[in-house]
Write a protein that binds this ligand. Structure first.
Ligand SMILES: Nc1ncnc2c1ncn2[C@@H]1O[C@H](COP(=O)(O)OP(=O)(O)OP(=O)(O)O)[C@@H](O)[C@H]1O
Length: 889
């Protein structure tokens, strides 16, 4: 260490990083003391003399600073040729990424700038490691010793080195060499050993820096993942010649700390699901009661008990009740009863008498299927559905034939209202708006208003009195407004018994099923993919709840993860994902693995033959029991209607498998036996969270949900708690541990010695797969870009916790298995790809033109390339066949 006056009243401290010099204390201390301390340049620390109130620097350095201390020498000790050669050798040994972070105490902003200029890591991490080591030393070494050691240094030479730009690198290399030497000195276990003291210090510092009130009081803890800026890194590899535990992985370094969130004591809002009353206590047709009994329903649910009577009485009703509580029957039963009891028997020619509007196609299909089942007691009442993606011509034909109960999505309904003459709403007596808040969220407000206006228009001058029913598990202010506009003196049914003020609906406290266990896991970005893989394996391969739904933020993410996991976690392979689901399903039906779902025409007359059913389901069951055959299916809005329909039906019938989807599947879908809901990306609103998790634990069955959050997103937990949802934590290491028993390791592979190694193996597998598979790589890139975009579009209320600016793009690229630098994955890359494609097309066209021209001129293309030793025989087919073997011979 030396000191130099810079002529501006300040001091330039020149230093050398040397693991043998306990002075490094100085740097780590400096680092800890905060960002406003000295400005640093490579190899130098500049201390402003104009700030006498900051004595800490002197204290920190153990008193080595002397005010006004001067440049003592301009002498650079010449190195011997041997020494220089040795240095060169060392430089070659070191990774090319150079010593940008020699200044261990450079503040974050500086560090980022340097990293951009010199995208290197290893030395930086080595130095960090050294810092950590010296911190340890600091605890044992008396300050005096530090000073003494410092004073022993040949300051003059180093001062000069540091001040001469050309020599700076040398100085840094010196430092990095020492650091590196230190890193590889000890046994590998020692290198990756976790320094609790240091971790706690860093964590506490982070706490101080973290201004968010929800994080402010978070505690830290030891964990597999530590704050990796202090951890040495080797690239994804095993250290040659080391023992079993010698694995060093970059997956587990450079990660943010994982905070500890105190367990919340807030009482959750719950609703009792079942009531004591049976369906026979209702004043409805006995055929309907018996039909419901055949479906296996004996007693009503709470919401059914409270809502069916007012609906039967003809009153407008607004229903709010938790997910999976049986809301569909609250409108379906009374409507069917009323249509059945009409004095003039319902005819197809009567047209639409009941209109049900729902937000998604799958929900429309599901509601239609409910009506279909219930109408078995009155076959003359005809239900039907209209959804986007279906052939309009066929729908028009069905409308012409006559539909009495019409279920549809708003867009397609309006389309038909405008273009199909046979669709009249003049006789509609019942209007149902299911998942009302979702309809408004999706921007269907105008469509809904338009449907209501058309209703009024069609019914003008008639004495028809229309009854309107609105339902949702969560209600927004928008719904209340809509209800105010379209319901007349409504009966409000709110089942949740939380902090409900009489006569008012609660929107803050959200009820979720009592049997639903809420969990969350805090995962640093880089580890997201492996943690998800571990979680899927733990449940679908080793667990009993083998049916799972995973929610992603975007369609591209769904596409990518479905293809990826089909390839790496299942024996189906990604090829299955490429095929149309209809085709896949047909294949499974042909192989006897799956029922075709059509049933027989007169199914109700046939008593179910247990043996036959067993035989039919045998094949599928066998496959589902094979735990290596995890079937990954996807569902999102950018699929063909047939595929969506096929997936929906197939997943509903399956007893195991993973459905990867967007929010298109979050509302209303009734998919039985789903054991786990995984939210890989957090929902934008708490209401969306509630609906997503509501796909499990339906009608009193058990279920669980887990939410993946990055450490910086931890305040989201507080947001959930504010709405009386109290998730408990599952720690990431406990999930990752499942990778140790995945049994995926080929005979030639060594069973991983540590969780870190197992996780890294999965990551490497993905990364290599992406390097080898262009198609998958493209999917990953798209997934990454779409994720980044979606992250930037979180609503304002939660943007503080999902802060786009704080997103570590590189880590998220890694979480997609991408090794590309984030900059190469953005729009620039897309533009470049587009240009290359254009160039390729132009080239092909040009070549074609030349070929045509040659042909016209009588020049055969072959003659242009034919060797003069060619036999002249046409051997084209053979050449094609032997193309692959060409090099072997
Ligand atoms: N009385 C009942 N007894 C037993 N099961 C019932 C009863 N009523 C409905 N169910 C079952 O409850 C499940 C959920 O019903 P439904 O889809 O109507 O719930 P929901 O409240 O509309 O849910 P979401 O809010 O998610 O749309 C269905 O599988 C249905 O078969």
């Amino acid at each position: 260490m030396s000191q130099t006056s810079n002529g501006g009243g300040g001091l330039l401290l020149n230093f050398r990083v040397d693991n043998k010099e306990p002075r490094q204390n100085y740097f780590s201390d400096f680092h800890k003391k905060g960002k406003e301390s000295p400005q640093e340049t490579l190899g130098q620390v500049y201390v402003r003399a104009a700030r006498p109130q900051r004595p800490s620097v002197q204290q920190q350095t153990g008193g080595i600073l002397k005010r006004g201390g001067g440049s003592q020498a301009n002498f650079v000790p010449r190195k011997s040729v041997q020494e220089q050669n040795r240095e060169k050798e060392r430089q070659n040994v070191l990774p090319k990424r150079s010593a940008q972070k020699q200044n261990a105490s450079v503040n974050d902003g500086e560090r980022e700038k340097q990293a951009e200029a010199q995208p290197s890591r290893s030395v930086q991490q080595n130095t960090s490691f050294q810092e950590r080591e010296t911190e340890k030393q600091a605890e044992t070494l008396p300050r005096k010793g530090v000073q003494e050691n410092n004073n022993r240094l040949p300051e003059r030479g180093r001062t000069e080195q540091a001040n001469t730009p050309g020599k700076r690198g040398l100085l840094q290399q010196n430092g990095s060499f020492h650091t590196r030497g230190r890193e590889y000195d000890g046994p590998p276990q020692k290198r990756s050993k976790f320094n609790t003291q240091e971790f706690t210090n860093t964590a506490q510092q982070h706490q101080r820096e973290d201004s968010h009130p929800a994080i402010a009081n978070l505690m830290t803890r030891d964990t597999v993942v530590n704050h990796g800026s202090h951890e040495p890194t080797a690239p994804l590899k095993e250290v040659a010649g080391e023992g079993k535990n010698s694995f060093v992985s970059s997956l587990f370094t450079g990660n943010p700390i994982i905070p500890v969130i105190p367990k919340s004591e807030v009482a959750r809002v719950s609703e009792k699901v079942f009531s004591e009353a049976s369906f026979s206590s209702l004043n409805i047709a006995p055929q309907i009661v018996s039909n419901v009994g055949k479906l296996g329903f004996t007693s009503m649910t709470q919401v059914q008990e409270k809502s069916i009577p007012p609906v039967l009485a003809g009153r407008d009703t607004l229903v709010k009740s938790q997910t999976g509580s049986g809301k569909t029957l609250t409108y379906a039963l009374p409507i069917i009863h009323k249509l059945m009891m009409r004095s003039d028997r319902v005819q197809r020619t009567d047209g639409v008498l009941a209109l049900v509007v729902v937000p998604t196609r799958e929900l429309a299909l599901q509601s239609y299927q409910w009506f279909e089942k219930l109408c078995k007691s009155c076959v003359w009442v005809v239900p039907g559905y209209l959804v986007g993606g279906e052939k309009k011509k066929a729908e028009k034909a069905r409308l012409r034939k006559g539909i009495n109960i019409l279920v549809g999505t708003p867009g397609r309904l309006i389309d038909h209202l405008h273009h199909t003459k046979s669709l009249s709403l003049a006789r509609v007596k019942y209007l149902v708006v299911d998942e009302a808040d979702r309809l408004l969220d999706m921007g269907y407000e105008q469509s809904l208003t338009s449907i209501m206006e058309t209703l009024k228009e069609h019914q003008e001058g008639q004495a028809t009195t229309r009854q309107t029913i609105m339902l949702s598990a969560t209600l927004s202010s928008g719904v209340e407004k809509l209800a105010g506009m379209s319901l007349v003196e409504p009966e409000v049914v709110d089942i949740s018994y939380g902090e409900r003020k009489s006569g008012q609906l609660t929107t803050e406290a959200l009820a979720t099923p009592e049997n639903l266990d809420h969990h969350y896991v805090l995962v640093p970005a880089k580890l997201r993919l492996v943690t998800l893989a571990a979680f899927i394996l733990s449940k679908c391969r080793f667990g009993n709840e083998r049916k799972m739904i995973i929610f992603f933020a975007t369609q591209d993410m769904v596409d990518y993860h479905t293809a990826l996991f089909s390839e790496i976690l299942s024996k189906y392979g990604k090829e299955t994902v490429k095929k149309s689901y209809l085709m896949q399903r047909a294949e499974r039906v042909l192989a006897g693995e799956e029922d075709d779902g059509k049933g027989s025409e007169d199914e109700e007359d046939i008593e179910p033959d247990e043996e036959g059913e067993k035989a039919q389901r045998g094949g599928r069951k066998e496959k589902e029991d094979d735990k290596d055959m995890i079937l990954f299916q996807k569902l999102h809005g950018n699929m063909t209607q047939q595929d969506r329909c096929a997936v929906f039906n197939s997943f509903r019938e399956a007893s195991a498998g993973v459905l990867m989807c967007t929010d298109v599947a979050s509302r209303g879908l009734d998919l039985p036996k789903v054991g786990w809901i995984v939210q890989f990306n957090a929902a934008c609103t708490v209401a969306d969270y509630v609906h997503r998790v509501g796909r499990t634990a339906r009608v009193n069955t058990p279920g669980a949900a887990i939410l993946f959050l990055a450490p910086a997103e931890a305040p989201y937990i507080q947001l959930l708690t504010d709405h009386k949802i109290t998730p408990s934590e599952i720690r990431m290491p406990s999930i990752l541990r499942n990778l140790m028993r995945s049994g995926d390791f080929a005979a030639h592979e060594r069973v991983p010695g540590t969780v870190e190694e197992a996780a890294t193996r999965i990551q490497v597998k993905v990364e290599r797969l992406l390097l080898a598979d262009w198609e998958l790589h493209e999917l990953a890139k798209k997934a990454y870009v779409s994720f980044v975009r979606s992250y930037a579009s979180y609503p304002r209320e939660v943007r503080e916790m999902f802060n786009f600016k704080a997103l570590h793009l590189g880590h998220y690229a890694k979480s997609m298995g991408l090794r590309d630098a984030p900059g190469a994955l953005g729009a620039g890359a897309a533009f470049k790809a587009k240009r290359e494609k254009k160039e390729r097309t132009e080239f092909r066209e040009r070549r074609k033109r030349i070929q045509v021209m040659n042909q016209k001129c009588g020049i055969l293309p072959k003659s242009l390339t034919m060797s003069e030793f060619d036999s002249g025989l046409d051997s084209l087919p053979q050449t094609v066949k032997k193309k692959g073997k060409k090099f072997k011979g």
